[in-house]
Design a protein around this ligand. Structure first.
Ligand code: HPA
Length: 237
């Protein structure tokens, strides 16, 4: 596949692997590459959206930041899919839990991503498209989480355009529909993947609880983050 540059990615001859892990924060991409991968080469630094390719247990894998929100993850994943041939896109991030019985550091696997974003309207359906994750990746991640003894919830998340909502009750209808947690990217990722016929998944750790208002500390978040990355890395083959 192409290694020439696009509007937002300039790999300067470094290959991008078919499987990529996608944290929001580019420094987390660097951390994952340095902590878990061998033979690491950097493939992007445009806008400091750092991307790296290496190997995990001998298998090629890339990792790149996406920034926050559907517009940001959508443009990067569009380029990764259409210009660089990426086939398995695994978002690793944090989420705010919406349901009782969920705890800080629980893992959420997004089976689907509902959204208040208009992004999906571009595909022109006369109805409501349901952005889903890849069942193949979802099933493998659920097995990996189980094997690692990780408390896990599988279901629908909300990819919201709004972090600070003017309406304090805005999340209530979503909660009543059983939405597990809120984050800000997966619907764009899943819709891009569906439109291109490739596989995507979202794996999250609960960083805050919107019912109990419990929050994690930065140190605890790092530890939980590692657990989630280890699940994602089990999907690299
Ligand atoms: N809202 C949106 N995204 C998030 C949240 C939240 O409360 N927590 C972690 N990611």
């Amino acid at each position: 596949m192409s290694t020439s540059s696009t509007a937002h990615i300039d790999p300067k001859g470094v290959e991008i692997a078919e499987t990529i892990l996608l944290p929001g924060d580019p420094l987390r991409a660097k951390f994952i590459a340095e902590t878990y991968l061998d033979d690491v080469r950097q493939f992007n630094e445009v806008r400091n959206m750092l991307g790296f390719t290496g190997t995990y247990r001998g298998a090629p894998v890339s990792v790149m930041g996406t920034g926050m929100g559907i517009p940001s993850i959508s443009l990067y994943t569009y380029e990764l899919i259409h210009f660089f041939g990426v086939k398995n896109l695994i978002r690793v991030g944090s989420c705010g839990a919406l349901q009782e019985g969920m705890e800080l550091y629980d893992v959420v696997l997004a089976q689907g991503a509902s959204t208040d974003s208009a992004y999906v309207q571009q595909f022109g359906v006369r109805g409501t498209f349901a952005p889903l994750s890849s069942f193949r990746l979802l099933e493998a991640a659920a097995r990996a989480a189980d094997a690692l003894g990780q408390r896990t919830h599988v279901g629908n998340v909300l990819s919201s355009d709004v972090f600070y909502n003017a309406d304090a009750a805005a999340l209530d209808p979503w909660r009543r529909l059983g939405i597990l947690a809120v984050e800000m990217e997966s619907a764009g990722l899943f819709a891009n993947a569906a439109a291109a016929g490739v596989d995507a998944l979202g794996i999250f750790t609960v960083s805050d609880h919107l019912l109990t208002h419990a929050q994690t500390t930065p140190l605890e978040r790092q530890t939980a983050f590692n657990g989630m990355v280890e699940i994602a890395l089990e999907l690299v083959r």
